[in-house]
Write a protein that binds this ligand. Structure first.
Ligand code: NAI
Length: 347
């Protein structure tokens, strides 16, 4: 008997996605149809006839899109990311199963956060531009030692804990905030973290509780000169409040791999275009703001792990018993608990 090829509509394709997905998919009877466009209500029709869709962080997987996908016969949404704030998991329940890649390389993200931190505090971004023009002046490049400083880590999951280890390697004092406490970490209240930290790094997911966790009020509570790092999700920070904090000199530097309105901007070459987003333009124009375009995950190891896990998730659903450890499900109204406890399909 010829085994059925699983058809998967792959949205928001980038050149770096294709080699690993073609390789792992080909080896496992999965045919990916690659589309450059993002998934939204208008592009959902491209998935007609497909068994699954494969999406990334800026695809729109809202309730309306889920209904359309369901109509077109799609039965699985395979996220190739850890974060799933762009998916209405509640709306998907009972219709389409949702799987994600819980960890592809937490090291990639934690190391990128550290790279941004070092770049910022030692002004590497400034020095790099200067020496390319044979400007060897050191004026304005004075940084500060990380050794002995306090770093506040919000979210001590896989990435946060690796970032903590890196910071300890620099001789920094670490304080942390999380809803759940891990061993060997010094937890404090969020207010204490804001008050004591010279550097604050965000590693929690975007939820209703964490949206704009950095806002005008919380910035008020921080030390003058604090360095903020966000490699998690843009909407954790109220970008307007951040800009005001930088302009008032309260915030010493910001390192942003994510931005609330990044969906229509990041991942594309916009160098020949007029930038319509005034807020992002202002942030980028600041000498103490470093922006990378959601690049923290982008290592060879992570890309291979993403393709490998996504293909295994798809195989689990269509070819095995349908139980996938990486399923996100709304069964108990608690996505994480449900994912961890499930031994059988919920619907
Ligand atoms: P994880 O699930 O291992 O850890 C998240 C931690 O945040 C958990 O310990 C959880 O208890 C905590 N948390 C949840 N709600 C919280 C709250 N209200 N306040 C404080 N802590 C809270 O996730 P992981 O793998 O460490 O990833 C963290 C985040 O990093 C993801 O949610 C994702 O948004 C982001 N990410 C960004 C990437 C990039 O390329 N920039 C790539 C991968 C992930």
């Amino acid at each position: 008997m010829v085994e059925k090829i699983i058809q998967v509509a792959f949205y928001d394709t980038k050149a770096y996605d294709k080699p690993s997905f073609e390789q792992y998919g080909g080896q496992n009877g999965i045919r990916f149809r690659f589309f450059e466009t993002k998934l939204n209500e208008d592009t959902a029709a491209l998935a007609e006839g497909c068994d699954a869709v494969c999406v990334f962080v800026n695809d729109d997987v809202s309730s309306a899109v889920i209904d359309k996908l369901y109509e077109y016969g799609v039965r699985l949404i395979a996220l190739r990311s850890a974060g799933y704030n762009n998916v209405d998991v509640r709306a998907a329940f009972g219709k389409i199963h949702v799987v994600h890649v819980p960890a592809y390389s937490p090291y990639a993200v934690a190391e990128h956060a550290a790279a941004l931190l070092l770049t910022s505090v030692r002004r590497i971004h400034k020095a790099y531009n200067r020496t390319r023009e044979f400007n060897f002046s050191l004026a304005g490049l004075t940084g500060f030692d990380l050794h002995g400083k306090t770093v506040g880590v919000v979210g001590t999951g896989k990435i946060g804990r690796i970032f903590i280890d890196i910071c300890r390697g620099f001789g920094m004092k670490v304080v942390a905030y999380d809803l759940f406490q891990a061993d060997g970490v010094d937890y404090v209240s969020l207010d204490t973290l804001f008050a004591e930290s010279d550097v604050i790094s965000l590693h929690c997911p975007l939820t209703d509780d964490t949206k704009h966790i950095i806002n005008a009020k919380t910035i008020e509570k921080m030390k003058k000169g604090v360095v903020l790092i966000n490699t998690s999700r843009g909407a954790l920070i109220d970008a307007e409040a951040l800009l005001n904090g930088i302009r008032s000199r309260k915030i010493g530097a910001a390192c942003l791999d994510v931005y609330e309105e990044e969906a229509d901007i990041f991942f594309e070459d916009r160098s020949g275009h007029i930038m319509d987003d005034e807020l992002l333009s202002r942030l980028i124009s600041m000498p103490n703001v470093i922006v990378t375009s959601h690049q923290a995950f982008l290592t060879e190891e992570a890309l291979n792990n993403i393709a490998d896990t996504t293909v295994n998730n798809i195989i689990s659903y269509f070819k095995n018993d349908g139980v996938c450890d990486n399923e996100l499900c709304y069964r108990c109204g608690n996505i994480e608990k449900c994912r961890n406890d499930r031994k059988e399909r919920c619907f």
